[in-house]
Design a protein around this ligand. Structure first.
Ligand SMILES: NC(=O)c1ccc[n+]([C@@H]2O[C@H](COP(=O)([O-])OP(=O)(O)OC[C@H]3O[C@@H](n4cnc5c(N)ncnc54)[C@H](O)[C@@H]3O)[C@@H](O)[C@H]2O)c1
Length: 312
């Protein structure tokens, strides 16, 4: 029975994952290297809880319970010692992850499941050298982790079947939509699909086919509008496979075939124009605009989650 969850790394993802568990009554320990990081995470979690209350998803007493459910701990041994399920959400640097696995080896309980939130490493690479490979699994949450339902689950050939089942059940208990990958593949599923679309979006921008804003609208008001409820495979079935066969035959040869990062991105990165975090990327951003946009985005996500929950 899984009761206590430890999240290691309290950044963008770790804090969202911690909140995902806390709001469903799990005891959560959030671990990071310094008090300063944990204070930031605490602030982020409180702001996200406030939004959930404001949008009527949680009551004030739910918020208090969720707040009480999370403890903040810089001592790794204390953080993992009674944990039933650990999620590692530290930076995407393989040596850092390996070192952490080595450290927790003798600190955690013998039967604790250890999951990684990695977005790029294959599980076969993560488990290298780990004595508890049979208890390891990937749980790939999406940003914002407390709102996006998808969690991609990737197992290793050594991962015990019981670990896979427990992980899938746990994700369902916190209202997530877990999917299980049958085999290892870089980028898993969702990021592969997203990258394929973004590659073409930047190609269209580079070719001057439309403005950046219009290309975005083509997605948000078009296919993206449908995608929250109908996936691409079902769309093909409903559109008619004969129609889609012709679409592929007519359009696929014209699609961007490059295998490198889009020019548009490479040139801007060279000028340190990294997007919202530096105030300029494809579009320009003022600080106040960024936080307001994120706030509005999260409110839309909450509304969408409500609509989806009603339909299920
Ligand atoms: N940011 C995203 O959109 C996103 C989405 C899905 C998955 N991921 C993956 O999630 C993981 C975390 O990403 P993030 O964006 O939250 O990173 P982040 O940089 O925001 O947070 C990482 C946190 O880990 C802490 N940390 C570093 N070493 C540690 C250690 N040894 N012990 C405890 N804490 C430690 C850091 O202090 C930091 O607070 C990465 O594997 C990343 O690839 C990120």
């Amino acid at each position: 029975m899984i009761r206590k969850i430890t999240i290691i790394g309290s950044g963008v993802m770790g804090s969202g994952i911690a909140l995902s568990f806390a709001r469903y009554g799990y005891k959560v320990v959030l671990n990071d290297l310094t008090e300063e990081y944990l204070e930031k995470a605490d602030k982020r979690i409180k702001a996200n809880l406030a939004l959930l209350v404001d949008e009527g998803v949680l009551t004030s007493s739910d918020r208090e319970e969720a707040t009480r459910a999370i403890t903040y701990q810089t001592d790794l041994g204390e953080a993992v010692k009674e944990s039933d399920f650990i999620i590692e959400a530290i930076p995407e640097v393989i040596e850092m992850k390996w070192e952490l696995y080595r450290k927790i080896e003798n600190l955690k309980k013998a039967d604790t499941i250890v999951a990684s939130n990695t977005s790029t490493f294959p599980i076969s690479r993560l488990v290298e050298n780990a004595s508890f490979a049979h208890q390891m699994i990937i749980t790939h949450f999406f940003n914002p982790g407390h709102l996006v339902p998808l969690v991609e689950i990737v197992k290793h050939e050594k991962t015990e079947e019981g670990v896979v089942e427990e992980t899938l059940n746990l994700m369902r208990k916190i209202g997530k939509a877990p999917i299980l990958l049958n085999k290892e593949i870089s980028g898993f599923i969702a990021n592969r699909l997203q990258t394929a679309l973004m590659k073409e979006a930047f190609y269209l921008l580079n070719e001057g086919v439309a403005s950046a804003a219009d290309i975005d609208t083509a997605v948000t008001a078009g296919p993206g509008f449908r995608w929250a409820f109908t996936g691409p495979i079902e769309i093909a079935d409903f559109g008619g496979l004969d129609t889609w066969q012709r679409v592929f035959e007519n359009v696929a040869p014209d699609l961007d075939q490059s295998t490198e990062a889009p020019n548009f991105i490479t040139h801007l990165v060279a000028k340190n124009k990294l997007g919202a975090k530096t105030g300029e990327g494809i579009f320009k951003y003022e600080d106040s605009v960024v936080s307001e946009k994120l706030n509005v985005r999260d409110r839309y996500f909450i509304q969408l989650a409500k609509v989806k929950a009603k339909g299920e």
